[in-house]
Design a protein around this ligand. Structure first.
Ligand code: F6P
Length: 506
C-alpha cells in the first residue's frame, strides 16, 4: 500500500492534537464493549483507503458466503458454519441446501440435558471432577473459557489434559478420585496421537480405580465409529459435523466442559454473546463493523506499516489463556503462504500472536514493547467491573492498563545525557473496554476475533479454514516413533536428526 509510506509512520500524537474528534471517529461501541482504535497509526484518509480495499476484496460478499454455507474451506470441500452452533431457532443456516439449525438445537438440548444430569450427580456427591482430554481446538477454547468464567463455576472442577508428555496426564490425575471423576474425550477425528494416548492412560486409571466406565466416560467427536471402538456408548457420545473446524468448535459439544463448569444457562448466555457478534458482523456496514475494522487495521499494520506481530494483553488474570487460544485461532488460520488460487501470496500474512496477562507481562516483556527496536501493536483488554472481590486491586489493574497504553502512545523525553531513559512512544495499541467479564461478553470477545481472523484471511486472499501446515510434523513423528521404541532405523534422516536419534537411543 503506497499510503503506508506516507502514513505508516505518522505521529499519532500530532494527529490527536490536530483532530479533537479523533477518539470518536476511530472508536466503536457494541453492547457493553467500547473499542478504541484511535491509538493506531491511521486517520480518515487511511480509514477510507482501507474501506476501498474491503470493497475491492469483496469482503461483504465473502461474509455473505460464510453465513450462506458456501464451501469456503476449499481444500477440504467444507462449509464453515461454527456460527450455526450458536444459532437461535429462528435463524437460518444450511449446508448443501439442507437446514442445519434444527439438528444443532437438538444436539445442544441433548448436551445441556446431559450437563444438567451431571450437575445433579455433582450435587449428590457422585461426580466431583471432570477431565477434558483433547488438544488444539479440542482443548484451548474450553480451557480458556473455563478459566475465564471461573466466577460462574457451579461446583464441578474442570481439568485439562492435552500434551503427549505423560507428565501432563499424571499431574492432573494424581489427587483425583477415579470413582468421582468424569473423563470427557474430545477429538474431532478421534485419531489424534496425543489425545488417544492420554485417553488410554486415563481409561486404565479409571478401570484400576474401579470407576464406572459406562457412566464416567464421555466422547465428543465426528468419528462415531472411533468413539464406539474405544468403548464409549452412544448415549455418552456427542457428535458434531465436519463443517465445524476444530479451532472454531467450542460452541457445540466440544464446549461440554464449559457447560459443565458454568451450567446450561451460563453456556446459553455464552452462545448468545457470540450470536450477537455474528449478527453485528453479518449485518453492520463495513465502516461500523468491529471485526472488519480490526481486520483492516491488522492488514494495515502488517502490510503497510511492516508491524509483524500482534500482542494480546488481557488485564484480567481469568483471561490468562486467551493469548494461547488466539495463537491457534489466528496462526493456524492465517499462517499461509499459498493463496486461494494455489499460488504464493505476494505479501505477509499471519501476524505472530503473543501475550500474557497484565500486569505480569509488564514485568517481563514490556521493556521491549516500549524501547525495543521493533514496534509491536498491542491489544489491551480491560473490564470496568472487577473480576474479583478485591475492588481496590481492580483499580490498580485498570490504572496499569490505561497507563501502559498511554505510555506506548506518548513516550517520554529523556533527561539530558540519559538516552537509555528515552521512550520513543507512537507505538500503536487498541483498547477493548468491556463493562464486565461474563459468559455473554466472553462469547462476544471470541466471536469478534473469529470474524476478524476470517476477514483478514479474505483481505489476504488466503483460505483460513484448513491447516495443512500441521501435517508434516505429525507424519514424521509417526515415522520416528518405531525407531525410538527400539526398531532398527528405517527411514533415512538428515544428519542432525540422525545424530540426535543415535544419542537418544544409545
Ligand atoms: O493440530 C491440528 C489439529 O487438527 C487442530 O486443528 C485441531 O484442533 C487439533 O489438531 C485436534 O484435532 P482433533 O480434535 O481431531 O483431535
Amino acid at each position: 500500500m503506497a499510503l503506508g509510506e506516507s502514513k505508516g509512520a505518522m505521529d499519532m500524537r500530532t494527529a490527536f492534537e490536530n483532530n479533537p474528534h479523533r477518539v470518536a471517529e476511530l472508536s466503536r461501541e457494541f453492547e457493553g464493549l467500547f473499542v478504541d482504535m484511535s491509538k493506531q497509526r491511521w486517520d480518515k484518509e487511511v480509514f477510507d483507503a482501507l474501506q476501498d480495499l474491503a470493497q475491492e476484496a469483496d469482503l461483504a460478499g465473502a461474509i455473505a458466503d460464510l453465513f450462506g454455507g458456501v464451501k469456503l474451506n476449499t481444500t477440504e470441500n467444507r462449509a464453515v458454519l461454527h456460527m450455526a452452533l450458536r444459532a437461535n431457532r429462528e435463524d437460518a443456516f444450511s449446508v448443501d441446501s439442507l437446514d442445519v439449525v434444527e439438528d444443532v438445537i437438538d444436539i445442544r438440548d441433548r448436551m445441556l440435558g446431559f450437563v444438567d444430569r451431571v450437575q445433579d450427580m455433582h450435587a449428590d456427591g457422585e461426580i466431583t471432577d471432570v477431565v477434558n482430554i483433547g488438544i488444539g481446538g479440542s482443548d484451548l477454547g474450553p480451557a480458556m473459557a473455563v478459566k475465564a468464567l471461573r466466577r460462574f463455576n457451579q461446583g464441578i472442577r474442570c481439568h485439562f489434559v492435552s500434551n503427549v508428555d505423560g507428565a501432563h496426564v499424571e499431574s492432573v490425575l494424581e489427587g483425583l478420585d477415579p470413582q468421582k471423576t468424569m473423563l470427557v474425550i474430545v477429538s474431532k477425528t478421534f485419531t489424534t496421537q496425543e489425545t488417544m494416548a492420554n485417553a488410554r492412560i486415563a481409561k486404565s486409571w479409571l478401570e484400576a480405580g474401579q470407576g464406572d466406565l459406562g457412566k464416567q466416560m464421555v466422547a465428543v467427536s465426528t468419528n462415531l465409529q472411533g468413539t464406539k471402538d474405544f468403548g464409549i456408548s452412544e448415549d455418552q457420545t456427542f457428535g458434531f459435523e465436519n463443517w465445524v473446524g476444530g479451532r472454531y468448535s467450542m460452541w457445540g459439544p466440544v464446549g461440554l466442559c464449559i457447560a459443565m463448569s458454568i451450567g446450561s444457562q451460563g453456556f446459553r448466555d455464552f452462545l448468545s454473546g457470540a450470536r450477537a457478534m455474528d449478527v453485528h458482523f453479518q449485518s453492520e456496514s463495513m465502516d461500523n463493523n468491529i471485526p472488519v475494522l480490526l481486520a483492516l487495521l491488522g492488514h494495515w499494520n502488517q502490510n503497510a506499516c511492516g508491524l509483524r506481530s500482534h500482542v494480546v494483553i488481557p488485564y484480567a488474570e481469568d483471561l490468562s489463556r486467551l493469548p494461547a487460544y488466539l495463537q491457534q485461532a489466528d496462526m493456524e488460520s492465517n499462517g499461509k503462504f499459498i493463496d486461494r488460487e494455489g499460488k504464493p501470496v505476494k505479501w505477509n500474512t499471519g501476524a505472530v500472536v503473543w501475550g500474557e496477562p497484565g500486569t505480569n507481562s509488564q514485568h517481563a516483556f514490556f521493556q521491549l514493547l516500549h524501547q525495543g527496536t521493533e514496534v509491536h501493536p498491542v491489544d489491551v483488554i480491560a473490564f470496568k467491573a472487577p473480576t474479583s472481590g478485591h475492588e481496590g486491586m481492580h483499580k490498580m489493574l485498570l490504572a496499569n492498563a490505561l497507563a501502559q497504553a498511554e505510555a506506548l502512545l506518548m513516550g517520554r523525553e529523556a533527561p539530558e545525557g540519559e538516552p537509555q531513559r528515552f521512550f520513543p512512544g507512537n507505538r500503536p495499541s487498541t483498547f477493548f473496554l468491556f463493562d464486565e467479564l461474563t459468559p455473554k461478553t466472553l462469547g462476544m470477545l471470541v466471536a469478534m476475533h473469529e470474524h476478524r481472523i476470517f476477514a483478514q484471511g479474505v483481505l489476504w486472499g488466503i483460505s483460513s479454514f484448513d491447516q495443512w501446515g500441521v501435517e508434516l510434523g505429525k507424519a514424521m513423528a509417526n515415522a520416528l516413533l518405531p525407531t525410538l521404541s527400539g526398531a532398527s532405523v528405517g527411514a533415512s534422516h538428515d544428519p542432525s536428526t540422525s545424530e540426535l536419534l543415535a544419542r537418544i537411543t544409545r
